[in-house]
Design a protein around this ligand. Structure first.
Ligand SMILES: CC(C)(COP(=O)(O)OP(=O)(O)OC[C@H]1O[C@@H](n2cnc3c(N)ncnc32)[C@H](O)[C@@H]1OP(=O)(O)O)[C@@H](O)C(=O)NCCC(=O)NCCS
Length: 162
């Protein structure tokens, strides 16, 4: 391999910064990782309460994205202020280096600061272990979602119930 030719190399740990961004900035990675062949926009992307986060490398490259928005949770109807996590994706080149964790941690902190008491998601089965590492718990049997495959309902409680 020629010096400086890093194509195809596995990335080592990288420092990412996480910040709130307009929905459109998350679309290239969201589309490529989660929605190939499907519209990249998700209903509610531009709602005032929805927020989108991006993880960037020091060079400014977006290597992770996620969105959070207030939404009722059918598995936790007693939740006072539930929010949904959607559109979670990291660049395959940085997986396992903490970008996903940084995004979820920042999102949960922001939801808690906004008064949310619970965050839930339809977790792809292959990603359930990641959400468990973030503190989420599985609360459903596996269920099918059209065109995407098996999912598990997962929740994390942010403040005591009641
Ligand atoms: C799931 C995904 C977002 C994880 O992102 P990531 O950048 O690799 O996450 P991190 O590096 O921050 O990992 C945090 C921890 O979770 C673990 N982890 C990551 N992915 C995991 C997985 N699929 N299963 C089990 N554990 C996982 C990591 O090993 C790490 O463990 P640690 O606590 O010991 O450090 C990423 O793999 C992805 O984009 N997958 C494809 C899209 C997808 O499935 N999105 C979710 C849709 S519901």
């Amino acid at each position: 391999m020629a010096p400086g030719d890093t194509a195809g190399m596995t990335a080592g740990p990288i420092a990412v910064t996480v910040e709130e961004v307009p929905a459109g900035l998350t679309y290239p990675l969201r589309g490529a990782v989660l929605r190939p062949g499907r519209p990249v926009e998700i209903a509610g992307d531009d709602e005032p309460d929805t927020f989108h986060l991006a993880a960037r490398t020091p060079a400014g490259q977006v290597v992770g994205v996620v969105r959070f928005h207030p939404a009722a949770c059918s598995w936790r109807p007693d939740a006072r202020a539930p929010w949904q996590l959607r559109g979670m994706a990291t660049d395959p080149a940085v997986r396992g280096t903490g970008a996903g964790r940084a995004l979820v941690a920042e999102g949960l902190a922001r939801v808690a600061a906004a008064g949310g008491d619970l965050v839930w998601c339809d977790a792809r089965v292959a990603a359930a272990g990641f959400y468990e590492r973030m503190g989420f718990a599985v609360v459903t049997e596996p269920y099918e979602k059209a065109t995407v495959g098996l999912h598990l309902g997962m929740v994390i409680q942010l403040s005591p119930r009641g």
